[in-house]
Design a protein around this ligand. Structure first.
Ligand SMILES: Nc1ncnc2c1ncn2[C@@H]1O[C@H](COP(=O)(O)OP(=O)(O)O)[C@@H](O)[C@H]1O
Ligand SMILES: [Mg+2]
Length: 268
């Protein structure tokens, strides 16, 4: 089971879009995929037609159960979606209260890891959509994943946000006592604008890939079809037709799972 966390403390950079579309592509290939919504706003849950205001069971239950030394009822929280092989662990508005309730309690950083240990046989891929703030929930995601994917909008302010995220990760990995592998994924690239071009250059200049951290060669372009897909509540690969955004996400997934793909252009 491969576990990825999609994280960035900055909002609006394409985290939820990346999570949904990676999951859509992987599930269509026949992988069993679990999407986990750790954001109290519940955008990922809403995207997949689950209302975070009214959902009966959510990740909230699992945190409460583990905090009170009960067995986590993982199966009760996992929902099927209308897409084959694609499952959702939804968020709920109550998740917003977890930081305050349990944030300082010992051992609360490993809840998600414990939960995932129970489903290793059930899923090929787990994708965690993180909240845009550093706290207990984010720490849970980072402790449970094998690689962090950091979507960063190709614009200068967003790069500042990403640098903050990298600093936070350094801090967290120190306390988790692990080296977190990560991939920086440039998103919403608009080749017609100077701002996009120059911020991509800055990213590529400042961040080189090494054995653990990667600067993605695949760049996600601005693609209004990604917004259309979100209105329709579907991953883009379940809509008719190809588009630049879909092609890029497909290539990105291939590189993550180790399929060789040639990138001979900046924008896939
Ligand atoms: N590559 C893209 N092209 C066009 N719009 C995008 C793209 N990626 C995301 N969006 C849109 O930008 C907004 C923010 O994206 P979202 O994935 O919700 O960000 P986050 O989860 O980081 O807050 C959404 O309306 C989404 O549809
Ligand atoms: Mg989001």
């Amino acid at each position: 089971m491969r576990v990825w966390a999609i994280a960035n403390q900055k909002g609006g950079v394409g985290k939820t879009t990346t999570a949904v579309n990676m999951a859509g592509i992987l599930s269509e290939k026949g992988n069993r995929v679990l999407l986990i919504d750790l954001d109290p706003h519940g955008s990922l849950s809403s995207y997949l037609d689950v209302d975070p205001e009214t959902v009966e069971h959510s990740v909230y239950d699992l945190f409460q159960q583990i905090a009170t030394a009960q067995q986590p009822q993982v199966a009760a929280v996992i929902q099927e979606t209308q897409f084959n092989n694609l499952f959702l662990m939804p968020s709920s508005t109550a998740v917003a209260t977890l930081e305050k309730q349990l944030g300082t309690k010992n051992g609360m950083g490993l809840v998600l890891k414990k939960v995932l240990d129970k489903v290793t046989e059930q899923f090929d891929n787990v994708i965690i959509d993180c909240p845009p703030m550093l706290g207990m929930l984010m720490i849970n995601a980072l402790a449970a994943c094998k690689r962090v994917i950091i979507p960063v909008q190709t614009e200068h302010l967003a790069i500042k946000g990403m640098e903050r995220m990298l600093r936070s990760m350094k801090m967290i990995q120190h306390s988790l006592n692990t080296d977190l592998a990560y991939t920086i994924l440039p998103t919403m690239y608009d080749q017609r604008t100077l701002a996009s071009k120059s911020s991509l250059q800055t990213l590529q200049h400042n961040y080189k890939s090494d054995y653990k951290s990667k600067m993605s060669k695949i760049i996600i372009p601005v693609d209004t079809r990604l917004r259309d897909a979100s209105h329709l509540g579907k991953p883009l690969n379940y809509l008719k037709g190809d588009s630049q955004g879909l092609v890029a996400y497909k290539k990105f997934v291939d590189t993550l799972i180790g399929v060789k793909c040639t990138v001979n252009r900046e924008v896939a």
